[in-house]
Ligand binder design. Structure first.
Ligand code: GRF
Length: 220
């Protein structure tokens, strides 16, 4: 079966791009990364694409509409079927979002709809939540909004600062994005309003408590 053609939009480090490249290096994975586009020439992620032999493009155009037109041309020329935003730090033109409706995913480092926007991990710490995490969602015009495909949850620990919590979430991101894209590529996702259902993939059979309960002693 032909592998789904993915175009990834980045602005910086590109560790999620790397996770996707690593996963897609397995020919059994149902998607392949065919191009990476950065709005910044100095994005470290560009070198990751190059190292993986993936076409990379810099579209350093400030005007939102002109950026969208240029990015759209590249994506269509590359035969892209799904756009993956991975640390892409610019607001997208509404026409572009509409053109790629239900064919564009984003990953965000919070359990949306909590803490959209910048510094999601800092927002989570400030709010005092006991669990944080990350979300993969279809992209809609409002920032970090759209039907949720998948989420990963991690605990907030008492000693956490923004860096330690971000690192814990990032490790989960690197598992979640390839998994969510696999579900898409296998045609298992159905969008119904704001909800997304994944055929053949159930929910985990646990409830996690934080602070954790003491282990039950034998006999109660
Ligand atoms: C990630 O935390 C992602 O969720 C957010 O921006 C960060 C990008 O990191 N949207 P990287 O560039 O993928 O390393």
């Amino acid at each position: 079966m032909a592998r789904l053609r993915i175009g990834v939009l980045i602005s910086g480090r590109g560790s999620n791009l790397q996770a996707l490249l690593d996963t897609a290096a397995d020919p059994a994975y149902p998607a392949q990364i065919v191009c990476a586009i950065s709005n910044r020439a100095d994005a470290a992620g560009l070198a990751r694409a190059e190292a993986a032999g993936v076409a990379r493009h810099v579209v350093a155009i400030a005007d939102r509409r002109a950026f969208a037109e240029a990015a759209d041309r590249i994506l269509r020329a590359a035969g892209v079927e799904l756009v993956a935003l991975a640390g892409f730090m610019r607001l997208l033109d509404a026409g572009f979002v509409e053109a790629w409706r239900d064919r564009m995913l984003n990953i965000h480092p919070s359990l949306l709809p909590a803490f959209p926007g910048l510094h999601a991990q800092r927002q989570a710490l400030a709010a005092g939540v006991k669990f944080a995490g990350c979300t993969v969602h279809f992209v809609r015009p409002a920032v970090d909004s759209g039907p949720i495909v998948a989420q990963a949850v991690v605990p907030v620990e008492d000693g956490d600062d923004e860096a330690s919590l971000s690192a814990r979430i990032l490790a989960a991101e690197h598992r979640l994005y390839p998994w969510a894209i696999r579900l898409y590529a296998e045609g298992r996702l159905r969008i119904d309003g704001d909800r997304v259902f994944a055929a053949g993939a159930g929910a985990p059979l646990f409830a996690a408590l934080n602070p954790a309960e003491p282990l039950a002693s034998p006999g109660g």
